[in-house]
Design a protein around this ligand. Sequence first.
Ligand code: NAI
Length: 505
Amino acid sequence: MKVLSTTTQQDDHFLISDYDYKSTNIEKNGDKYIAKPQITNFKFKTDTRIPKLGVMLVGWGGNNGTTLTGGILANKFNITWNSRRGTHQPNFYGSLTQSSVIKIGTCNTEEVFVPFKDVLPMVNPCDIVFGGWDISSLNLADAMGRAQVVDYDLQQKLRPYLEKLVPLPSIYYPDFIAANQGDRADNVIPGNNKLEHLNIIRKNIADFKQQNNLDKVILLWTANTERFCVEDPNVHGTAEKLMKSIESSHPEISASTIFACAACLEGCSFINGSPQNTIVPGVIELAEKAGVFVAGDDFKTGQTKFKTCLVEYLVGAGIKPKAIISYNHLGNNDGKNLSQESCFKSKERSKKTCVDDILESNKVLYPTEEELNIDHTIVIKYCPETGDSKKAMDEYIAEIFLGGRQTFAVYNVCEDSLLAAPLIMDLLLLCELFERIQFSKDSTEFQRFDTVLSWLSYLMKAPKSESGITTINALSRQRAMLENLVKVCAGLTVDDNLRLEVRYG
Ligand code: NAI
């Protein structure tokens, strides 16, 4: 695609687009709103050189880690396999960047769509070099067998590639994950000195980067859900305090926070795919100083994606959700870990907050704080027989016209890791892309996006935002935000869906 416009310039290294951002400033005057439309000039500068990207996964030997690595290798080497349904070709279904499309304009009256990945230059997922850690020593071929996610024939075909891949020993703080995980922890860095642990992880990252001749590395936590650490401003509040707490091996420093710190100190962005409060203020300060991003929390895959879509639809239609009752049962190792109350609490928290902003936006339906407090109940049960095919059963009860009720009962079978793996890939590819984008507001100096990369909220169950920026959970708004950002950077027009060019030529 080539954009011919007076508002974009391109040379060998950079694509610069000029964008007049239209917004509306609202002033309150008693019970009246005064709306003042305004235009702010932004320039976006995208480095179009694609780097050699390395990714280090924490929890590499888990269901997500093995499914992602194997799935990408299957695509890279075009490995086909048989199941009782016939012969399968590898694909990237479920990936926003690889398998969804964006409307770029109209040709006569026909709308033209291109793959998301083709709007701006992005890393090809098949070129990513993978590495990582796990507290279990199984090589990735055996770990994939343990996960019971991928068809047996594909497991066999991937074995020669995966058996060479063995996770590095990791940090294990048993107090943070379920006690039932202890039996797989045979690949653990010894000792209790958290500073030593941090330094070993830092060295692992530096060695990985150097040995594979990488331009950049991104770290992503896809290990077990930890309990929340008891956050204390004196322990986690600033980069300095956090480093001191690590030096003194403070008990409320989690393994995930050590990985986040190591990433920042090695100049790598860090993504938290689980719900716990890994990204404490001290981590954000470290990331800020290092000029890298942090993003989190918790992958938004099946049930929550649907919830933020359905509730957005109801509230958008002027219908008032009054109760959401979610039952989940799952039989994978994630479910086993979540069967411990402390870890479940982390998940419950991130699942519960996901509709807050959607309800809060509508003061016609929810005029008081009290009414916002809907029945939102989350139940998660571990049932080994279910394996990775998580069952989510949700009942949505909403109030309609004249006191009537509309009830949806939704039964959702999520092949958990087959949904999560493409989403993890998107997080990595988009995070890498955003490292190459800078913006300038009203002709000021170019700067990078905020350290907490809330642009990725479409992919996160409990999106973390910069302080002072409200979190958006509504799925269509999150997607539009991402789509429009890449379009603006490419010099394309943002779509307001009026379709005037189709209607009136
Ligand atoms: P899993 O239990 O199969 O994999 C986690 C891996 O992490 C295990 O191999 C375990 O040995 C390893 N591990 C535990 N502590 C570690 C440590 N300190 N250092 C290194 N490795 C460690 O779980 P799965 O299904 O792969 O999920 C991973 C995470 O992603 C979980 O926290 C889950 O809640 C989260 N998640 C998963 C979603 C999905 O759809 N699959 C959706 C949203 C979040």
